[in-house]
Design a protein around this ligand. Structure first.
Ligand SMILES: Cc1cc2nc3c(=O)[nH]c(=O)nc-3n(C[C@H](O)[C@H](O)[C@H](O)COP(=O)(O)OP(=O)(O)OC[C@H]3O[C@@H](n4cnc5c(N)ncnc54)[C@H](O)[C@@H]3O)c2cc1C
Length: 583
């Protein structure tokens, strides 16, 4: 908790000076208006606490094409995308109320820049869904606030990492896979982010099972039998490749220019105001070099520029920052409510107060295990497909079907400050070197961090309790051995899909991963290269090895904010398996 205290001190240690002219005129200055009220109609969209929560909120259907278990970020995103891709016979079962799990306590920060191209695309899709698509479809605001994001660098090494992020060079694949690092693949070159609209299928569709997978076909069925729609995109052609390579070259040129400015002193720890403004103008005159590849606007700022942007921040020990103006904050209740509204409008059924107590599995003529039905205290639902989006309880759900779900729950501490004058509309902050994040919460800050000695929450596996402390400042999250989610069809049982183990990123990755999971279920494969998230990346001798899961997850948690080096290898749980030549 000590790290959280010093993080708060950094941002409130200065008295707020009047905004400089530079701040008011730059493209990335932010409004100093008081925080506007969120327009999420909670009173209309959420149920009232009236003590009548004993039974399911809707009658259970006898059968469904897909049953999604869990009404958190992942469950809601998955059912929304399944419905959007044309499926209608869908059911989501939540044992309590929507967002009752980890999602309720989330900080909801959405950063667009990550050191993996696939993740950048997943994040972009989430942002699209919550800031645009859902509002257009439902007329409801999800509670999204675009207050920007600021990454703090205390040294050159960290700032270099940020520059790699913004130009996205030299880090094409970051898969901290413990089991098969050599399989880390370069994904195929694709054009920059495309809008989802072209891929969505608003017309009513019906679904057909095909060898354990479910294909979506347009209704009415075409002559000559059903055929799957939405094929994978064609391989990249020469024009796209050339455009991509040329954009990388432009990014490289911008990097060299930035390096030149750094060494020439134009960008130093405390540049004079005029030089500082000149530097800003030079950035603005070359906007094409920044975030070009993925179209994400971002700016490297000196300490003085950071002070202009965030006057309350103590910048004395800063080396520089990376500012991403279109980052922002998601609202968990608003997001999940709007997602389920949109899904039910397309024919899905969302049932709360309905815990899943068992999963029936059958063995087919080839000896293959397949999902048959889910059991609840209020009746069974026959289904060939279950999606386990039960968060920290996913291991327990897996056990019901004989599926190993290698995740572990840990406490995650955060503090919420008193009101801070002048903090309104400031960007969210990530201080990787201090291992903390600061989320704007109205007129206050919510500050969380990743300590080196996390507390495991083993009880989550046994009794399924929520880990809420009375002070509301200590919550549980699920963590995995390589800090990546667990997705895809479980190798043990056909039709049992995983959408869990989202560590610290289940809100911001939810949209992108919900779409990939829906595609996986319907077409038997995801659309993007999801190898780094696929449950099959782990050897089956490890997926129920408690010591390995625990030690690796501990290291991943502690190193969550460490500098990402290419081919980084974990230190924990070495030598658990040795080849015959090992000495
Ligand atoms: C303090 C904190 C800060 C965070 N900050 C961020 C952030 O800034 N950005 C970000 O992207 N992520 C953040 N996260 C992580 C993010 O909140 C989680 O990754 C995400 O909410 C997980 O969603 P989920 O749907 O997987 O799990 P959950 O939200 O836990 O949902 C699982 C649901 O399954 C239900 N369930 C369990 N068992 C059953 C059963 N048997 N039958 C039916 N239903 C069942 C539960 O009731 C629950 O509602 C943060 C988390 C915390 C705690």
């Amino acid at each position: 908790m000590a790290i959280l205290g010093s993080a708060v001190q950094r941002v409130v240690s200065a008295v707020r000076p009047p905004l400089s002219p530079l701040t008011r005129t730059t493209a990335w200055s932010y409004s100093s208006q008081p925080t506007k009220e969120k327009s999420v109609p909670y009173d209309k969209t959420l149920k009232q606490e009236d003590g009548t929560s004993s039974g399911p909120t809707k009658p259970l259907p006898r059968s469904a094409d897909v049953v999604v278990i869990g009404g958190g970020s992942l469950g809601c995103q998955t059912i929304y995308h399944l419905a959007k891709m044309g499926m209608t016979n869908l059911v989501l079962l939540e044992r309590d109320r929507l967002t009752a799990g980890t999602t309720w306590h989330t900080a909801g920060l959405l950063w667009q820049l990550r050191p993996s191209d696939v993740e950048v695309e997943l994040l972009a899709h989430t942002r699209n869904v919550i800031s645009k698509d859902l509002e257009e479809e439902t007329g409801l605001h999800t509670g999204w606030i675009q207050n920007g994001g600021l990454f703090i660098a205390s040294n050159k090494q960290r700032l270099d990492e940020y520059k790699r992020l913004m130009s996205h060079k030299g880090n094409r694949c970051r898969t901290r896979s413990a089991t098969a690092p050599s399989l880390c693949r370069q994904r195929e070159v694709r054009p920059p982010i495309v809008d989802d609209a072209a891929q969505s299928t608003p017309s009513p569709r019906r679904c057909q099972r095909d060898g354990g997978h479910i294909n979506t076909v347009a209704a009415p069925a075409p002559q000559g039998g059903d055929r799957p729609l939405s094929p994978l995109p064609p391989p990249p052609f020469a024009g796209v490749l050339e455009a991509y390579v040329s954009s990388l070259a432009q990014s490289d040129a911008m990097m060299s220019e930035l390096d030149g400015l750094m060494t020439s002193g134009a960008f130093s720890r405390s540049p004079p105001e005029e030089e500082n403004e000149g530097f800003l103008l030079s950035l603005l005159s070359h906007p094409e070099g920044l975030g070009k590849v993925y179209g994400i606007e971002s700016h490297v700022l000196s300490p003085a520029e950071t002070k202009d942007l965030y006057p309350l921040m103590n910048v004395d020990d800063l080396y520089g920052t990376l500012y991403v103006p279109k980052d922002g904050t998601m609202d968990p209740a608003g997001t999940c409510t709007t997602l389920t509204r949109a899904a039910t409008a397309r024919g899905a059924t969302v049932i709360e107060n309905c815990p899943v107590t068992g999963i029936q599995v059958r063995t087919d003529d080839f000896g293959m295990k397949r999902v048959k039905a889910v059991e609840t205290p209020h009746g069974n639902i026959e289904t060939p497909c279950v999606v386990n989006c039960a968060g920290v309880w996913a291991t327990k759900l897996g056990e019901m079907a004989g599926v190993k779900v290698p995740l572990i729950a840990m406490h995650h501490a955060y503090v919420v400050t008193e009101r801070i004058e002048g903090i309104q509309n400031m960007p969210n902050v990530r201080d990787h070197d201090a291992s903390v994040y600061l989320r704007l919460q109205g007129d206050a800050l919510s500050v969380g961090g990743y300590e080196h000695n996390p507390i495991f929450w083993d009880e989550a596996r046994d009794n399924g309790e929520q880990g809420s402390s009375s002070g509301g400042d200590d919550q549980i999250k699920s963590f995995t051995a390589d800090h990546k989610p667990l997705m895809g069809e479980a190798p043990e049982v056909r039709g049992f899909y995983l959408g869990c183990g989202f560590n610290s990123a289940g809100m911001m990755l939810g949209g992108g991963c919900g779409r990939e999971l829906a595609h996986w279920i319907i077409h038997g494969r995801p659309e993007k290269d999801m190898y780094g998230y696929d449950i099959r990346r782990f050897h089956n001798s490890l997926t129920d090895n408690t010591r390995w899961i625990r030690e690796r997850s501990h290291e991943s948690y502690a190193k969550n904010y460490s500098v990402v080096f290419p081919f980084d290898e974990p230190l924990a749980s070495r030598n658990m398996r040795k080849d015959p030549f090992h000495q």
